[in-house]
Structures are given as structure tokens and as C-alpha cells.
Ligand binder design. Structure first.
Ligand SMILES: Nc1ncnc2c1ncn2[C@@H]1O[C@H](COP(=O)(O)OP(=O)(O)OP(=O)(O)O)[C@@H](O)[C@H]1O
Length: 240
């Protein structure tokens, strides 16, 4: 379980996330939905220990992200929205580097690298430098790196953007399998349709605050009864 308790993050002259509380239960695909600039990436960066939390607490499977950062981070696999990292490495070098960082044993890593990269159709490109990859291929190599060390909690920032339909389908299937094992898959999107297809539970964020948390049926019912939510819904549908 992940718990965000009264979390706030300020940038100079701007409060990006304000007094935000959210509980993400085990065994679910959890969608974090909000329009551009709503505070999704900022929240995710605090959940993954990349940005310091100004106020409040984030607990990841009982570990406090502020006090026990390394243990909390070890449980998480994070796919950022932009993957412009390690461009000078070859695909295979990047995956071996990740396997070293997370102590993935030699025998396991070879099988897993082959299996994952074949699934995503980038096996043939493993000897090429990442800087020659398309956006979608960079996304796939980062996802493969994350899955290589088999983290309990997956946190993905706009994971399906730039993926071709087949890879998008593969990743969605993997997300479902992971959640079915009782683990957490948390991902952000500004596309309502993706949430409708995939999520067991959803939270909507706007202007750094949670507007709604619940399942899809509750969300539909609430937006019919609540003008603000309906307007937000329209905005999200149009953006998609
Ligand atoms: N480093 C920064 N310095 C100042 N303001 C920032 C910084 N990063 C984000 N912001 C602002 O904080 C707010 C929330 O941004 P954030 O990137 O978290 O939103 P988002 O929901 O992920 O948006 P998107 O869907 O466009 O990626 C926005 O108004 C943004 O302009």
C-alpha cells in the first residue's frame, strides 16, 4: 500500500501540490488522471523519492519515503515521462547497468533481458546506442529495465504515450498480470479513455488537489451530479 498524507510541494512562486492525501491499495491498477499542469508528475516524483517532500508524509509498504528513502525506493520501479537518459550507452549496456545496480543475478538477467526485449520488439536494437532510438523505443528500454529487477510497485508516468499499439497492448497485459499478483500498478495519464479501459481505481487531480478518488462507476455517477467534475471531465476528454 502507498499512502500520501497531507503532502505539499512548492516551486518558487507556485504551489504544485497542496495538502494532498491519497491511499493506493495493493492488487489494483490505479490511474492518476489530470489535465496538463495538474501536478501529476510532481506527485509521482515525490512518491519515487526524486523530489523532496516539503510537507506531509509518503509511506510505501510501511516505509517512510523521507526517513527510510533507500528502502522505500528499492520497492519501486519507476518509468519517467521522458526517457532522455544514458543516451551514450547501448541498449544492452543500459540493461546490464540496471541489473548491476539492483543485483540481478547473471543467469536471471540474460533470460529476462531476452524475454522482455523480444516482447517489446527491441531485441534486435540492443547493440545500438540509445541516442539512435525513437521515443517509443526509449520508453520500451526503460520499461524493460524497470521490469528486470521485478519491483513490487510499478509507478509509470504517462507510460503509453509514444508506444505502438502492439507494445501498448503488451504493457497493458503486463500491468494487469502484476496487479493480479496482488501488487500495485500506479500510472498517470491525461487521457480518460486509457483510465476507462484499464483501471480498477482512479484519482483525479487538478490544481494540485485531489478532486475525486474511487472506482469508474463512482466517478461516472459523481460527474453527472457535480458541475466541477463534469467540466474537468470534458476538458480531459477533449485533451485525449
Ligand atoms: N521545476 C519547476 N519549477 C516551477 N514550476 C514547476 C516545475 N515543475 C512543474 N512546475 C509547475 O507545477 C505545476 C504542476 O506541474 P506537473 O509537471 O506536476 O504537472 P503534470 O500534471 O504532470 O502535467 P503534464 O500532464 O503536463 O505533464 C505546473 O503548473 C507546472 O508549471
Amino acid at each position: 500500500m502507498i499512502e500520501l498524507i497531507n503532502v505539499t510541494k512548492n516551486y518558487p512562486g507556485k504551489t504544485a501540490v497542496q495538502d494532498l492525501s491519497l491511499t493506493i491499495p495493493d492488487g489494483k491498477i490505479f490511474g492518476f488522471l489530470g489535465p496538463n499542469g495538474a501536478g501529476k508528475s510532481t506527485t509521482i516524483k515525490m512518491m519515487t523519492g526524486i523530489l523532496p517532500i516539503d510537507e506531509g508524509t509518503i509511506m510505501v509498504n510501511g516505509k517512510d519515503m523521507k526517513k527510510d528513502t533507500l528502502s522505500a525506493k528499492r520497492i519501486i520501479g519507476y518509468v519517467p515521462d521522458r526517457s532522455d537518459i544514458f543516451l551514450r550507452l547501448k541498449g544492452i549496456e543500459y540493461l546490464n547497468f540496471i541489473a548491476d545496480v539492483y543485483d540481478v543475478p547473471k543467469e536471471v538477467r540474460e533470460t529476462k533481458i531476452t524475454e522482455l526485449t523480444k516482447k517489446f520488439g527491441i531485441y534486435e536494437a540492443l547493440d545500438d546506442h540509445i541516442q539512435t532510438y525513437s521515443h517509443g523505443m526509449k520508453q520500451k528500454i526503460v520499461v524493460s529495465g524497470v521490469l528486470l529487477h521485478d519491483p513490487d510497485i510499478w509507478i509509470l508516468d504517462e507510460p503509453l504515450t509514444g508506444l505502438d499499439p502492439k507494445s501498448s497492448y503488451t504493457l497493458k497485459e503486463m500491468m494487469r498480470e502484476h496487479a493480479n499478483k496482488g501488487k500495485i500498478v500506479f500510472f498517470s495519464t491525461h487521457v480518460l479513455e486509457v483510465v476507462e479501459q484499464l483501471c480498477d481505481e482512479v484519482a483525479i487531480i487538478n490544481h494540485g488537489q485531489i478532486q475525486f478518488q474511487g472506482n469508474m462507476a463512482d466517478m461516472k455517477q459523481q460527474y453527472q451530479e457535480n458541475d466541477n467534475l463534469e467540466r474537468l471531465f470534458l476538458e480531459l476528454t477533449q485533451n485525449g
